[in-house]
Design a protein around this ligand. Structure first.
Ligand code: URP
Ligand code: ZN
Ligand code: ZN
Length: 459
């Protein structure tokens, strides 16, 4: 592996943007400075472009068994799509079945991840709780480089945990210095509403959204925040979608509880009219939490701008309309939940965040790379362009129009929830671990080249 010099670009950090050159040797950034007088095997002229740290997406579900199906992107196709969009590191969820050993599930995920083209880490989902689970959580932190655990407070009868289990997880996380993350929706309310709607003959995709009201997300977020405060540990809200959970986050933080919030482009850019699409097309948008009515996105954007929501993830979990989503044609409860977004995240945040003036380019870098790396114990290896950091960076062309479409995306799925969305700008070059992975529209990835990134507990 040789050296690369990225010249004349505007290097962006969460704090500022400066005209600097970046010199890479092997897998590492060696020097960042003005007008570096260094020769290299490859010189990339980044004049007129931003140079961003490689994107870090801390919320993916690749090849995940869920609701009787398996999500359509595996680690090779999913991370290749990520690379094409400028994301060079992901964290995927290991999701054990109830009663399954966490370490047994981890072994399965390690096997699947062997084909990754980008670097990856794992969060561990805790879908049941016992002394064995507690011991295995300890092993995850001490021996496996996994320092974050997710509780699903929804999906009753499947992977949901009850309040006593969540509380026990929080107490154990305090001993481990680990971070508890939660899918906040009140699973009891959702299950009741689902059954009632279905029994009234309401079977179409739009009833998925109506069975999962935003107050159920707010209630569940409040419960988690209250427990985290009582135990004295941080907590992380995944895929926040509504004004109610945003208020819980903001109130909790101002009261001194260390809460972290993540949202995703779909909650910022879509509204619940998507469920009205004809011919079962609304099923493409069936995900949990669902896409909310107009107005909620404003609360989320406001919280991002104010630095309260610190992470943009994707919750990338694609299912094909044909053969997968259509299993729920007569019963919205059977539509596999999830959609694709890994490749689109940075372009959407640039086009609809930076270009519209909602956020700055520095805030885009903070939410899409730096804060995720910091919160999840990968910084400064990931998330920043600095000497000693991994050589993961994107030469970002700030102009040029594009359109998102399932016909052209690299995701291995037959629909895009962002179909027809116009984009401005995008990656011209993507470098990961010192390897050129994407150059002016051409992907040059290698299955298996991605490495597992062990993560430390964060203070
Ligand atoms: O609908 C979703 N979000 N599917 C993936 C699983 C989850 O809840 O994150
Ligand atoms: Zn979730
Ligand atoms: Zn998810």
């Amino acid at each position: 592996m040789g050296s690369i010099l990225v010249k004349n670009g505007t290097v962006v950090s969460p704090l500022d943007s400066r005209e600097l050159d970046v010199y890479i040797e092997g897998t590492t950034i060696v020097a960042v400075g003005a007008a570096l007088e260094l020769s290299a095997d490859r010189v990339i002229d980044a004049s007129g472009c931003y140079v961003l740290p490689g994107g870090v997406d801390v919320h993916t579900h690749l090849e995940m068994p869920f609701m009787g199906e398996v999500s359509a992107d595996d680690f090779t196709s999913g991370t290749a799509a990520a690379m094409a969009g400028g994301t060079t590191t992901i964290i995927d969820y290991v999701v054990p079945a109830k009663q399954q050993s966490l370490l047994e599930a981890l072994a399965l995920w390690k096997e699947k991840a062997k084909g990754a083209v980008a670097d990856y880490g794992f969060h561990m989902a805790v879908t049941w709780y016992s002394d064995q689970v507690a011991r295995e959580m300890t092993t995850c932190v001490h021996d496996e480089g996994i320092s974050s655990f997710k509780a699903f407070l929804a999906y009753k009868g499947a992977i949901m945990v009850n309040d006593d289990e969540l509380f026990a997880m929080l107490i154990h996380a305090r001993e481990l210095g680990a971070l508890i993350m939660a899918h906040c929706e009140n699973g009891e309310i959702v299950a009741l509403l689902q059954e009632r709607l279905f029994n009234q003959g309401k079977t179409e995709p739009k009833y998925h959204a109506l069975s999962r009201p935003s107050y159920a997300e707010g209630e569940s977020a409040f419960r988690l925040a209250a427990m985290a405060k009582a135990v004295g540990v941080p907590a992380y809200f995944v895929h926040m979608s509504c004004a109610e959970s945003t208020k819980v986050l903001v109130d909790g933080r101002s009261g001194g509880t260390p809460l972290y919030g993540e949202t995703c482009p779909q909650y910022l850019l879509l509204d619940d009219s998507v469920y009205e699409q004809p011919n079962f097309r609304g099923a493409a948008y069936v995900m949990s939490p669902p896409i909310r009515p107009k107005g909620h996105a404003d609360a989320l954007w406001g919280a991002i701008r104010a630095g309260q929501i610190e992470v943009i993830g994707t919750d990338h979990c694609p299912f094909n309309l044909k053969g997968q989503k259509e299993l729920g044609r007569d019963d919205f409860r059977k539509i596999p939940n999830g959609a694709a977004g890994l490749e689109d995240r940075l372009k959407l945040m640039y086009t609809y965040g930076v270009q519209t003036g909602r956020i700055s380019i520095e805030q885009m870098v903070a939410t899409c790379a730096t804060r995720p790396a910091q919160i999840f114990g990968m910084y400064p290896q990931k998330g920043i362009i600095a000497p000693g950091s991994d050589a993961d960076l994107v030469v970002w062309q700030p102009e040029g129009e594009g359109v998102i479409s399932a016909a052209t995306h690299h995701h291995r799925v037959d629909t895009s929830i962002f179909e027809g969305f116009k984009t401005i700008g995008g990656p011209a070059f993507v470098i990961a671990a010192g390897r050129l992975q994407y150059e002016e529209g051409t992907l040059m990835v290698e299955p298996g080249a991605g490495n597992f990134i062990p993560r430390r507990p964060t203070p």
